[in-house]
Design a protein around this ligand. Structure first.
Ligand SMILES: Nc1ncnc2c1ncn2[C@@H]1O[C@H](COP(=O)(O)OP(=O)(O)OP(=O)(O)O)[C@@H](O)[C@H]1O
Length: 244
């Protein structure tokens, strides 16, 4: 693994359940994600996108193969080690922002470093919220924010520990298309301006087109990659993989 690599996945497999009722969600996936790049993972429903993201983020354990985050093997870590990894080295954004409703935007964004037992510098958290366009919403609670603003708080929260990789699973799935585009534009700017490594799971060709590279999954395997994607090219390849 070279220092330019954020993640290297080798022959990664994940089988859910036991025979005869088992499901092969990932079947010997090989994948390299470079630092400072934006990758979209796409494919039909059930193709293994979420499972792959969760294994790479240390939220789920593979049943075979290797995952390296930076220089560290993370497959086979204990639950305790995985918790430490999740709190310090990776960030997540989900479809729903999952904010704590009684806390302000600033308090929500401060939670991960607090949980990791780190001193929280208010200036850093405020700067992050300003960077995601919420400098004037620090004391607002989730109920006082729009869906797009809530998702921006979730992104600021995910960045608060300066994660090596930011993972997002359908981050715009609950947003209208204009708001979704703003959130994707924000993720894109984090890559361009801060060199953040970003991985997004999406079934939306427009969302995938914000990435540098789209990786296609079909039946738990990588079926192809597309660099410098356009929405049309992504949609065509998606259709091909669904009929193929
Ligand atoms: N906990 C589980 N137990 C059993 N099977 C599971 C479990 N989680 C996922 N699966 C199965 O693994 C396969 C891959 O699921 P996964 O959620 O990764 O797909 P996906 O591509 O993200 O799908 P979608 O686009 O519908 O969210 C599916 O066939 C799914 O039914």
């Amino acid at each position: 693994m070279t220092s330019a690599e954020a993640i290297r996945v080798t022959r990664l497999s994940k089988v859910h359940g036991r025979p005869p009722h088992h499901v092969v969600a990932l079947d010997e996936v090989d994948l390299v994600l470079h630092r400072g790049t934006f990758t979209a993972i796409t494919g039909p429903s059930g193709s293994g996108k979420t499972t792959l993201l969760q294994c790479m983020a240390g939220l789920d354990r593979p049943t075979g193969g290797e995952i390296r985050l930076g220089g560290t093997r993370i497959d086979g870590l204990s639950e305790r080690e995985l918790t430490r990894l999740r709190r310090g080295r990776v960030g997540f954004v989900f479809q729903g922002a999952n904010l704590l409703t009684s806390l302000t935007a600033e308090q929500n964004a401060s939670l991960p470093p607090r949980l990791a037992g780190r001193r929280v510098d208010p200036g850093t958290v405020r700067r992050l919220l300003a960077d995601v366009g919420l400098g004037d919403r620090l004391r607002h609670r989730p109920g006082e924010l729009s869906g797009g603003q809530r998702q921006r708080v979730a992104i600021a929260r995910a960045l608060a520990t300066s994660p090596e990789v930011l993972f997002a699973d359908e981050p715009t799935g609950a947003l209208d298309s204009a708001t979704g585009r703003q959130v994707l534009g924000l993720l894109r700017s984090l890559v361009n301006e801060r060199g953040q490594t970003v991985v997004v799971v999406t079934h939306d060709p427009v969302a995938a087109s914000f990435a540098d590279r789209v990786t296609f999954l079909a039946d738990g395997r990588v079926s192809g990659h597309l660099d410098a994607p356009t929405p049309r090219a992504v949609a065509e390849l998606m259709t091909a993989s669904e009929v193929g």
